[in-house]
Design a binder for this molecule. Sequence first.
Ligand SMILES: Nc1ncnc2c1ncn2[C@@H]1O[C@H](COP(=O)(O)OP(=O)(O)OP(=O)(O)O)[C@@H](O)[C@H]1O
Ligand SMILES: [Mg+2]
Length: 265
Amino acid sequence: MYDTEKLATDVNQTETKISARNVQVYYGDTHAIKDVNVDIDAKAVTAFIGPSGCGKSTFLRCINRMNDTIDVCRVEGDIKIDGEDIYDKRVDPVQLRAKVGMVFQKPNPFPKSIYDNIAYGPRIHGLAKNKADLDEIVEKSLRRGAIWNEVKDRLHAPGTGLSGGQQQRLCIARAVATEPEVLLMDEPCSALDPIATAQVEELIDELRDQYSVVIVTHSMQQAARVSQKTAFFHLGNLVEYGDTSQIFTTPQDERTESYITGRIG
Ligand SMILES: Nc1ncnc2c1ncn2[C@@H]1O[C@H](COP(=O)(O)OP(=O)(O)OP(=O)(O)O)[C@@H](O)[C@H]1O
Ligand SMILES: [Mg+2]
């Protein structure tokens, strides 16, 4: 009984950040996302899992309109962030992507200095009034990316000269520099070794105090470690969505169960 009460309070406290209704995605004739409906929590980590080709990256890219950049791709349905339709004609995709940052599988720092990697976004979005302001944003973002101590003495060295794990934390710092509200991460640790992975996972856990994080991962251990909610996709369908602990211990759909026990994938 006590547990139920606690659960009820927890449910009341969660706030929806992103809500998707009847989302369909087509690449030409390929129907890649089939009628997906989901509410994603604010200030929590949500994991997207499922076999290769099931549509995880495609759906993730709907949330910051990155699919707009793919010619053959067509998105239908509604996606709202804080109740606002992100596909509305008045929404500028560039502004949207500053608010909904993205981190990719392969660390992709710009061929610029560590400082300029971070300063780039705030400069183009006019977030700094002067050099001192910009310096402050750069330091704050690098701290948020848990990489400040490693780079503070070499801010003007190229970002590409860092190790893979450092580059990925630099990319996370770059994504947070434009003060996003949502961070999308598509397999952010798949190019990293176990130590760098642990550092990035720890960082993701810290980031949820401020951002809504959505992470695509092939590692079920990682999903279990870092996320509070998990969505299982299969052949373009969102098969099951719920608390991570529930999805991994008592999945309701046999496709979810087969996947998490390693029978499909
Ligand atoms: N740019 C594209 N053009 C055409 N088809 C695409 C494109 N990107 C993805 N698809 C197709 O859409 C479907 C979903 O692909 P998606 O990349 O979203 O899967 P995924 O779950 O991220 O897979 P993985 O785990 O391998 O990254 C697949 O059938 C894929 O072939
Ligand atoms: Mg993918």
